[in-house]
Design a protein around this ligand. Structure first.
Ligand SMILES: [Zn+2]
Length: 111
C-alpha cells in the first residue's frame, strides 16, 4: 500500500517543531537534533513526561544541562536544561489541541 507522507506542521519555534503525517498518522516531535516519532497516544504520554520531568535523573555538571533522560540505547542519553524543557513544553502545548482533535477523528473513523 503506498501513501504520501503528507506532513502538516502544527507548532514550530527556533529549536524545533511538532507535526503529523496525514498518511501514516505519525507525530514528529523535532527538538534540537532529536526526532521523536510517536503515535497519537504516545504523544500524550510523552508530553506528560516532559511537563512533569518524569523518568529524568538529576545530572549535575557545571554546564547547565542538569536533567538526564535515558534512551533505549544503553550508552546514549538525552540531556536537557530547564529552559530546554520549557521550550519543548511550549511546542507540545501548542500542538496538543489539534492532536487531541485528530485522535477523536481517528476513533470515529475506526468505528
Ligand atoms: Zn507518513
Amino acid at each position: 500500500m503506498k501513501h504520501n507522507h503528507n506532513f502538516r506542521t502544527l507548532a514550530e519555534n527556533t529549536i524545533g517543531y511538532v507535526g503529523i503525517c496525514d498518511g501514516c498518522r505519525t507525530v514528529n516531535v523535532a527538538f534540537q537534533n532529536s526526532l521523536f516519532c510517536l503515535t497519537l497516544d504516545q504523544f500524550e504520554t510523552f508530553s506528560e513526561m516532559i511537563f512533569e520531568r518524569q523518568a529524568m535523573r538529576p545530572f549535575c555538571t557545571t554546564h547547565g544541562k542538569e536533567l538526564l533522560l535515558p534512551t533505549p540505547m544503553p550508552n546514549y542519553f538525552l540531556l536537557f536544561s530547564d529552559d530546554d524543557l520549557n521550550s519543548l513544553s511550549t511546542l507540545l502545548r501548542e500542538a496538543a489541541p489539534v492532536l487531541a482533535a485528530e485522535q477523536i477523528l481517528d476513533l470515529s473513523r475506526a468505528n
